[in-house]
Each structure stands twice: as structure tokens, then as C-alpha cells.
Write a protein that binds this ligand. Structure first.
Ligand code: GLN
Length: 470
């Protein structure tokens, strides 16, 4: 591969190229590692795994030479290069959660998602940068420095799975993994112009994923197209016997005339005009394709941030308790400001005397938010909404004001509180040349419906959703 512009954009193109011997997996890995090096200032990766990448590429080339492959069944990810968020445990490869506390930590086992993607023929390239412990919406909370938005390096890429979204957008890996606890896959996908899936809570195992907030964490992925994200989801989903919340559920399949709801509470003051208008434009595309649109109401949306920022820090304070600096990792003094803030907030809302007023109350309002979605899904199959109230913002713009930063989660946190899936899809650019996009939400285990709608949108717009590598 002579030019990094020749790097394929989808899993299908990659596999066709490999099969037709247009390039070998070794050459592919060479090209990606070269590109990662060229784009070092994006700061998308914390650790690069050249050795593992070349070893796996050698295996892939051997499999192809033996000519006995059934790509779709046995090796759906054959030759697909991967950046794993540095929250995913990778056996023998340093895993830091982007925090100094785990700087130098080398796990003894791999996360289920990592192991399944490797078995499916994927090639790991490295571990991507993120907000430390996945706390953040901009990527600026990393102890390894912020990741930059590849469309304009003065802007944030969104967080917390910042490096993974940037990696896919800039062509530093074909696909990437992420976690979404309050929006951390959908937001960076939205700011970087790639597709991102937050699966149903309990669809993909959290085994081997460094926990942020256990009742909200969801393990998903990024790609340049809906089909690629679907392929990775199909590889990673399902029981592994190691996460009791995961079940091999019956998925909801698209049937009959699909109805999409547009929640009026997502088009209120404070939402950027270009963001709102672009989502409305997307709705027209669906309408033209024969989808029925309906206005719906999710009346408790205004409480989502308050509820999320009580429940989530409560769970964070408990999960981060295990990093005591004794068995592994560095002392607790190495926690950054944001982790300390969440530990304090969480401990406070769980303490005697405050538990009823804050934590218990928040859980009750959480039930109301769940009720909103349940009522909506009685009348519509999916919901169309903005992902973030604004396009990507400038590096440093919100970093010193946590409250402002927390508000960026207003339209993503509800899906985590309700455990429902969300698919973030790019829809173009604003006047400043930054990506715009939308999300589709559905009832639990309705991923197939979201994929169908997403692919319909790509087809109808002939969208360069499969945007070129930057
Ligand atoms: N921005 C949210 C937060 O800071 C979401 C983080 C996430 O999804 N991991 O908590």
C-alpha cells in the first residue's frame, strides 16, 4: 500500500482487498502504523502494539494463503484493524484507564469483547486515549494529555472515548471500541463524524472492562458505517458466563411500517440552531423514505442530568474504592481532579442522612425517566434526537467548569439511565466545518431496528457517511 489514502474504509472493502491480494495484512498494518505515527499530534493512542499487530497480521495472511476461509461465519473481522479504548483489559498489554493510578498496569487476561474480536480475525493496533476512568465529555481529563479533533485540532473530539472516535475518523484504525456510561460513545462519534453504537445494557459483557458506573456502563464500538458497527456488535454480544447482567435475548426485528418519534423536549432553548436544524433535516429523509414521523414527549428529560450526576458518582465512588495502591496500581493520591470530585460527590450522596434525600430520590426519578421511554415506545419504534446540544467545542472551553461540561450529557444520559440502545450517525457539517449528527434510540434489544434505520439513512442520502480518512 503506497499511499495511506488507499487504506480501505469498511470491513468489506478490507476483506475484498485482502482476498484479491491487492494488499496483505502485513502491508495493511504497516500503512496504519505509519499513519498513526504521522498523526501523532492528535494524541489518539496511549499505547501502540506493533508486535501484536504484526503477529496477528502474519496469522491473517497465512489463513488467506490457505484459502479455506468463510469470512462472514468464522472470521467476520478478518483483517479489521482495531483501536481498543484503554479501559478494555488486554492480556500482556499495558492498560491504564488513562490514569496515572494504572500507569504501568499489565492485565493478566483480556476483556470478553477484546478476546472475541481477536478470535474473529481482528488485528489490535493499540490502546486509545480517553478521559481518565471514562469521566468526561471532551477527552480533556486524560492524564496522558487531551486528544484533538481531527477536523480541527483546536476543538475537542468529544469524550470519554475520544481516542477511539478519532482513530476511526482519521483512519488510524478501521474500527474501535468504547464504553458509554452517559454518552461516551455517541458524543465523540458525533463530534468526529463517525458511527457509534451504545448497545442495550446487558447485551455485551462488561467482563474485563474497567468499571465506571456499573448500572450504566455499556460496551460498544465505532466504525465508518452502520454495517461495520453492526458486525462488531454481533461479534461481541451475548453471554460469556462472566457478567450476570448479560443474556442472550430475543432481539426486536424491524417489521411493518416503522414509526419514528421526535421528542419535543430535545428541541428546547440552549440547543444549537445548526444541531436542531440538521436533525430536522434528517427526519425529512426518513419521511421521504416512507417512515412515519410523530412528535412525542419525554417529560422528565429535564431531570436527567441531576439524576445521572447522583447515581453515576455514587457508583464511581464504590468502583474506584478497589484502587487502594496495595495490590496493584499506584497510590490514591494519583487520582486526577475529576475522579476525586466524583469520589467525594458519590460518597456524599450515599452517606447516612443524605442517602434518602439524594441517592434514593434520584433512583425514583430514574424510574420516571424509564417510564417516559416505555410510554413512548408504545406508539413509536424508535426515537430520533440530537446527540449533543452543540457541535464540538474548543479545547479548554469547558474544562475549568465541570457543571458546563456535565450539561453536554443532557441528551445521551437518559438512554443509559433506561438501559436502552443508541446509535449515533453523522449527517454532515456545520458552517465551521465540524461534524453534525443524530442518534436513534430504541427499546431494549432493538439494535436490529436501529441498524436498519441507520442503513436506510446512509442509502437515501448516499451519504459519505463513509467519509474519507482524514
Ligand atoms: N460525560 C459523561 C460523564 O462524564 C459520560 C461519561 C461516559 O459515558 N463514560 O460522566
Amino acid at each position: 500500500m503506497k499511499n495511506t489514502k488507499d487504506i480501505p474504509l469498511t470491513i468489506k472493502e478490507t476483506q475484498e482487498g485482502l482476498l484479491k491480494k491487492k494488499f496483505s495484512a502485513m502491508e495493511l498494518v504497516d500503512a496504519y502504523l505509519g499513519k498513526i505515527d504521522e498523526e501523532k499530534d492528535l494524541n489518539a493512542y496511549i499505547t501502540i502494539c506493533d508486535d501484536e499487530a504484526y503477529k496477528k497480521a502474519g496469522e491473517v495472511d497465512k489463513l488467506i494463503a490457505n484459502n479455506s476461509l468463510d469470512f462472514s461465519e468464522n472470521f467476520p473481522l478478518l483483517g479489521a484493524t482495531i483501536g481498543h479504548k484503554d479501559l478494555f483489559l488486554t492480556k500482556g498489554i499495558r492498560t491504564t484507564a488513562a490514569s496515572k493510578v494504572l500507569n504501568g498496569y499489565v492485565p493478566a487476561y483480556s476483556a470478553t469483547a477484546v478476546a472475541r474480536m481477536e478470535k474473529a480475525g481482528g488485528i489490535i493496533l493499540g490502546k486509545t486515549n480517553c478521559d481518565a476512568w471514562a469521566h468526561g465529555a471532551s477527552g480533556e481529563n486524560s492524564d496522558f494529555g487531551p486528544t484533538k479533533n481531527p477536523w480541527n485540532k483546536k476543538f475537542v473530539p468529544g469524550g470519554s472515548s475520544s481516542g477511539s472516535a478519532v482513530s476511526v475518523a482519521a483512519g488510524l484504525s478501521l474500527i474501535a471500541t468504547g464504553t458509554d456510561t452517559g454518552g461516551s460513545i455517541r458524543q465523540p462519534a458525533n463530534f468526529c463524524g463517525v458511527v457509534g453504537l451504545k448497545p442495550t445494557y446487558g447485551a455485551v459483557s462488561r467482563y474485563g472492562i474497567i468499571a465506571m458506573a456499573s448500572s450504566l456502563d455499556s460496551v460498544g464500538n465505532f466504525g465508518k458505517s452502520v454495517a461495520d458497527v453492526e458486525t462488531v456488535f454481533n461479534v461481541t454480544k451475548g453471554e460469556d458466563g462472566r457478567d450476570s447482567t448479560v443474556k442472550n435475548a430475543e432481539f426486536i426485528k424491524p417489521k411493518g411500517k416503522i414509526k419514528i418519534g421526535i421528542p419535543k423536549e430535545y428541541f428546547v432553548e440552549g440547543v444549537d440552531k445548526e444541531v436542531a436544524e440538521s436533525v430536522i433535516k434528517v427526519s425529512k429523509v426518513f419521511e421521504k423514505a416512507g417512515i412515519e414521523l410523530r412528535e412525542i414527549s419525554l417529560p422528565h428529560t429535564k431531570y436527567a442530568i441531576s439524576v445521572y450526576y447522583i447515581v453515576q458518582p455514587a457508583e464511581v465512588s464504590s468502583n474506584l474504592g478497589r484502587y487502594d495502591g496495595i495490590r496493584y496500581g499506584n497510590p490514591r493520591a494519583d487520582f486526577g481532579a475529576e475522579a476525586k470530585r466524583r469520589i467525594m460527590l458519590g460518597t456524599y450522596v450515599l452517606s447516612a442522612g443524605y442517602y434518602d434525600a439524594f441517592y434514593l430520590k434520584a433512583q425514583k426519578v430514574r424510574s420516571k425517566l424509564i417510564g417516559d421511554f416505555e410510554a413512548a415506545f408504545e406508539t413509536v419504534d424508535a426515537i430520533l434526537a440530537p446527540v449533543s446540544p452543540t457541535p464540538a467545542f474548543k479545547l479548554g472551553e469547558k474544562a475549568s467548569d465541570p457543571l458546563k461540561m456535565y450539561l453536554a450529557d443532557i441528551f445521551t444520559a437518559p438512554a443509559n439511565l433506561a438501559g436502552i440502545p443508541g446509535l449515533s450517525i453523522p449527517s454532515g457539517f456545520n458552517e465551521g466545518g465540524l461534524p453534525l449528527g443524530f442518534q436513534l434510540l430504541g427499546p431494549r434489544f432493538s439494535e436490529p431496528v436501529l441498524f436498519e434505520l441507520g442503513k436506510l439513512y446512509e442509502k437515501e442520502t448516499d451519504y459519505k457517511a463513509i467519509l474519507p480518512n482524514l
